[in-house]
Design a binder for this molecule. Structure first.
Ligand SMILES: *Cc1c(COP(=O)(O)O)cnc(C)c1O
Length: 473
């Protein structure tokens, strides 16, 4: 299996070659040359599998340059009940992504039972083990540089802590993450984890990362790597739980289900698109946005108008506050019939801060099953309250966006699975606002805010972060 770039001007590469990088050299994103397709008989065989076996059945079709026994060992080490231990009471942690039935034909898929209580652990934990394997094999090392507003940074650090050949330098806006997120990251004492609190906002952190990455000499000399959401290894890991969720709520492969996905960078729902391309019987993929509704506008009108970071709203579902959906190009590549010249033309304008309109392709959008809706702060609060009252289940603000849109768009006879992208404990203040009570927190995380913290405060200055990296590698 070779991987090609959406912009069509990078050589086809193997999985291991693209694993450690982000963008393809031509500025595009990697996708498999063709999507492997599961037959009805394959699906039947996969139906009874546990999570690691299912993950192997899917990933071994997309990763062919790691020996199967090694790949299986990496997967078995990643998807263990003790790693996804924050399952709700009554759920089986060994299911890794258990489903929770709210009512007939309405389910939550619990993706947030990993160490940092958000779905990003599902992919990042695999990435950590894959990175370590590939680096050990080649005798190489990497210094991961990233920027986070909370969820990505913590997931990356918990996946990479203590790993051989890997250091993590994670920039976050000083005093702007939730207290819980800050404590999760800053309480890590591992020698290979460096938390840098930048005097500024998230975009300042992001700009520093971009500036360092654009310095090709520095990047090569200090082996700067990335784990941002365009990394193919993250997308591929997320394909698996769409299959797991499908099998959990259906009895045979003639049935279809729909998924509602709280979306920001379009990574999660892109994995759903790939699951469908591989033969999973998906009816609708519901793209749920918050007030930052650029994607909702696209799926309704065919116009893609990224807003720019200055016009991004700060909301109570902050992990979906994006100005530009970085994985969206992957889907559009398929939508335009894998015409890379067309993608170059469309993103030629996006990369300059512009927009594009492909409303002539709206009928094709329906063929791919995409529909969309948006949610706002009042909707979230109401959905959290109603979900508690009706089902006695507390959900977080991002999942609430997904559920709100799912309720509007679901069809009577088609099971709707809402992806739970974080546990409520991660966003305490918003839950207190909605319910007037503090959400339940896993016992071993109580008092995490009181642990000693290890971090360095820095000005939003590219020279300062470079100097810091030089000093610590
Ligand atoms: C990252 C994140 C999202 C958005 O996921 P994308 O893959 O960027 O679309 C939604 N909810 C939570 C809690 C997240 O951390």
């Amino acid at each position: 299996m070779k991987y090609i770039s959406t912009r069509g001007q990078s050589p086809a590469s193997s999985f291991s070659e693209i694993l450690l990088g982000g963008l393809a050299p031509d500025g595009g994103l990697y996708l498999p040359e063709t999507y492997p397709k599961f037959t009805n008989a394959d699906l039947t065989a996969m139906r009874g599998m546990n999570y690691p076996d299912l993950a192997f059945a899917i990933l071994s079709r997309l990763i062919d340059d790691i020996p199967p026994t090694d790949l299986k060992a990496i997967i078995d080490k990643t998807y263990r009940a003790d790693v996804y231990a924050y399952a709700r009471s009554g759920q089986n942690a060994a299911d890794i992504t258990p489903t929770l039935k709210l009512e007939d034909n309405l389910y939550l898929l619990s993706l947030s039972n990993g160490p940092t209580l958000a779905f990003k652990d599902m992919a990042m934990q695999l990435l950590g083990n894959l990175f370590e394997y590939v680096l050990t094999k080649t005798g190489k090392t990497t210094n991961i540089l990233g920027a986070t507003s909370g969820d990505t940074g913590s997931a990356a650090e918990y996946a990479m802590r203590g790993k051989k050949g890997i250091r993590v330098f994670m920039l976050s806006p000083h005093k702007k993450m939730s207290r819980f997120q800050t404590a999760q990251m800053f309480s890590l004492q591992d020698e290979n984890i460096f938390n840098i609190a930048v005097n500024g906002v998230f975009d300042d952190c992001q700009d520093m990362v971009k500036a360092v990455s654009n310095d090709a000499d520095f990047k090569a000399k200090y082996k700067i790597g990335a784990v941002n959401s365009i990394n193919w290894g993250r997308i591929v890991a997320q394909v698996v739980y769409y299959f797991k969720g499908y099998f959990a709520v259906t009895a045979n492969n003639a049935q279809q289900v729909s998924f509602s996905v709280p979306s920001g960078n379009f990574g999660n729902v892109c994995a759903g698109h790939i699951a469908r391309m591989m033969g999973l019987p998906i009816d609708k993929l519901v793209v749920a946005t918050n007030e930052n509704d650029v994607l909702d506008e696209f799926f309704k009108t065919g116009a893609y108008r990224p807003r720019g970071s200055a016009n991004t709203y700060h909301t109570s579902s902050p992990s979906m506050d994006i100005s530009k959906a970085s994985n969206f190009e992957r889907f559009v590549f398929d939508l335009v019939g894998r015409d890379s010249a067309k993608v170059r033309e469309l993103w030629g304008s996006v990369d300059k801060g512009g927009a594009f309109d492909i409303k002539q392709l709206l009928p094709k959008l329906a063929d791919y099953g995409f529909i969309s809706g948006s949610s706002n702060h009042a909707n979230r609060m109401k959905t959290i309250r109603e979900t508690k009252a009706k089902y006695n289940v507390v959900i977080d603000t991002h999942t609430a966006d997904g559920l709100k849109v799912a309720m509007e768009l679901r069809e009577a006879d088609v099971p709707m699975i809402v992806l739970e992208t974080a546990l409520p404990a991660k966003f305490e203040d918003a839950i207190v606002e909605a319910l007037g009570e503090v959400p339940e927190r896993p016992a071993d995380l109580s008092g995490i805010e009181n642990l000693p913290q290890k971090f360095t405060v820095m000005e939003a200055d590219v020279a300062a972060i470079k100097e810091f990296i030089v000093k610590h590698v």
